[in-house]
Design a protein around this ligand. Structure first.
Ligand code: AHR
Length: 495
């Protein structure tokens, strides 16, 4: 055991809510995320509802997906929504130039996506095209989706089979405008953003749209600075941030065949999220001390080499206990920053990057990341219980990282939930939590662990890694003592 870590609650009467939208997902027209992942078409032998796989619907409903971002990513700024509505056999095709240069036939479009969100009871987050679109195309999209009948765009929607408008609150005003969205300077984008955001709403934003500005790439603090300075606060509700975890950007390494050095550097980039949020929010605090604008981490996750023999443009990768470590620690970071971080989207839901689901023809599996997200859904819309502790070190090759990550919340029924991650690849960590003030009588818990960091679920062994009951704790005189095995995720419930 690597010593003992003492944890205390710094404010059990906090009123900060952990927005369930921190647990959001992201689905791009990229590789086999939409086609083959979500959508197999109405005529497929794979059981489906309006073309969307039933096994996927069931798994995502059980995950309680709060929101889903679509159609990109980089794809979003090449997407023309009118190509994806109306009779499927009459839709024009296009080239998906960012992702594999394949032909996109537009058979999965806005109706398919928004109807799917209704089935999943997830809020849609439409990332709309700014980079290669016009204000007219953008505003017509909003009208098509959200207006009651009686205007040209709502009539067009009704003609295409949908009478009632959908409820779409979240709108992304472009994606990665510093890169695939148009290689813009922040000053240029800030102006473009102001223009688009103006025409999205009426005088008072009476529809309550939530406009999200395309945000910084990792530590590009100047991007956030310029946007926060130049965009009037009545035109913006959220500013985004993208940050991925990897070994080295130019030498990503295999998703399953990695050594400890590669694991350690992946965790270094993952844990950087805390510093990124701290520094971006510091800038936001300067221009928005009232915290009117939220930070939206709408792309995060692990990024490795694609699986052997697959299209490099499809970003298909396996998912191991290393990904469970990324998910567990990152979600704890988001929870602990719940005052500013109001939404986040894991990239990406199915068959792309750090997916929660992988599919192969009719087969489907749930990844370790899926299990972590599901174990953590007890934090959705719960009240944050801020904690304080000195994390023990995870040492490797003369470098150190905090080995233990923790966040906690109290749900509406008064139950407390504590999520803990031990990223140390070899050592157990003992944690003692002072739960005196919480008046807990009964403890239960779940753990996700495995024998090797590289372990993962396969189509032949889909349940190799699944959560099990956690028993390694004792509660005595208001002190809860737990032993966390190496590279494990634990979620405790106290009532
Ligand atoms: O998630 C894959 C890609 O990563 C997205 O399309 C883009 O926004 C980011 O660079």
């Amino acid at each position: 055991v690597n010593g003992q870590t003492k944890v205390t609650f710094s404010n059990i009467n906090s009123d900060t809510k952990i927005s369930k939208h921190i647990y959001g997902h992201f689905a791009e027209h990229l590789g086999r995320c939409i086609y083959g992942g979500f959508y197999v078409g109405e005529d497929s032998n794979i059981p489906n509802t309006n073309g969307v796989r039933n096994d996927v619907i069931k798994a995502l409903k059980e995950l309680k997906v709060p929101n889903l971002r679509w159609p990109g990513g980089c794809f979003a700024d090449t997407y023309h929504w009118k190509d994806g509505v109306g009779p499927k056999d009459q839709r024009p095709s296009m080239v998906n130039k960012w992702w594999g240069d394949v032909v996109e036939d537009n058979s999965f479009g806005t109706h398919d996506f928004l109807n799917l969100c209704e089935v999943l009871e997830a809020e849609p987050y439409l990332a709309a095209n700014v980079g290669s679109s016009t204000v007219k195309e953008f505003t017509e999209y909003i009208q098509y989706v959200t207006r009651e009948n009686g205007v040209p765009m709502s009539d067009y929607r009704i003609e295409n089979g949908r009478k009632e408008p959908w409820k779409v609150k979240y709108w992304g005003v472009g994606n990665e405008m510093w890169g695939c969205g148009g290689n813009m300077t922040p000053e240029h984008y800030a102006n473009i953003y102001r223009q688009y955001a103006t025409f999205m709403t009426d005088w008072t934003n009476s529809d309550g749209f939530y406009r999200i500005a395309s945000g910084a790439n990792v530590a590009d603090y100047n991007w956030t600075e310029v946007l926060m300075r130049e965009i009037p606060k009545n035109l913006i509700e959220g500013v985004a941030l993208h940050s991925y975890s990897f070994v080295e950007w130019d030498k990503k390494g295999s998703a399953t065949d990695f050594d400890e050095a590669q694991y350690f550097s992946t965790m270094q980039t993952a844990l950087k999220m805390d510093e990124l949020i701290q520094k971006h929010t510091q800038i936001m605090d300067k221009y928005d001390p009232e915290k009117k604008v939220d930070l939206i981490v709408d792309e995060w996750g692990g990024w490795y080499q694609v699986e052997e023999g697959t299209n490099p443009g499809f970003l298909y990768q396996q998912n191991t206990m290393r990904d469970a470590m990324i998910a567990g620690t990152t979600l704890n970071i988001f929870n602990n920053w719940a005052k500013r971080v109001k939404m986040a989207n894991l990239a990406q839901t199915i068959n792309v990057l750090q997916a929660v689901i992988l599919t192969e023809d009719e087969k489907m599996l749930l990844t370790p990341t899926y299990h972590v997200m599901k174990m953590y859904n007890v934090h959705h819309d719960a009240t944050l219980l801020p904690i304080s502790f000195d994390a023990p070190n995870y040492e490797f090759n003369g470098e150190t990282l905090p080995a233990v990550s923790i966040s906690a919340s109290k749900d509406k029924n008064g139950a407390a939930h504590i999520s803990l991650v031990n990223i140390d690849s070899k050592k157990e960590n003992e944690v003692v939590i002072d739960v005196e003030g919480l008046k807990i009588k009964e403890i239960s818990g779940q753990i996700l662990k495995s024998n090797n960091l590289q372990d993962h679920n396969t189509f032949n062994n889909p349940n190799n890694i699944t959560p099990s009951k956690f028993k390694d704790f004792k509660l005595k005189k208001g002190q809860l003592t737990l032993t966390l095995p190496p590279f494990s995720v634990v979620v405790i419930e106290g009532k």
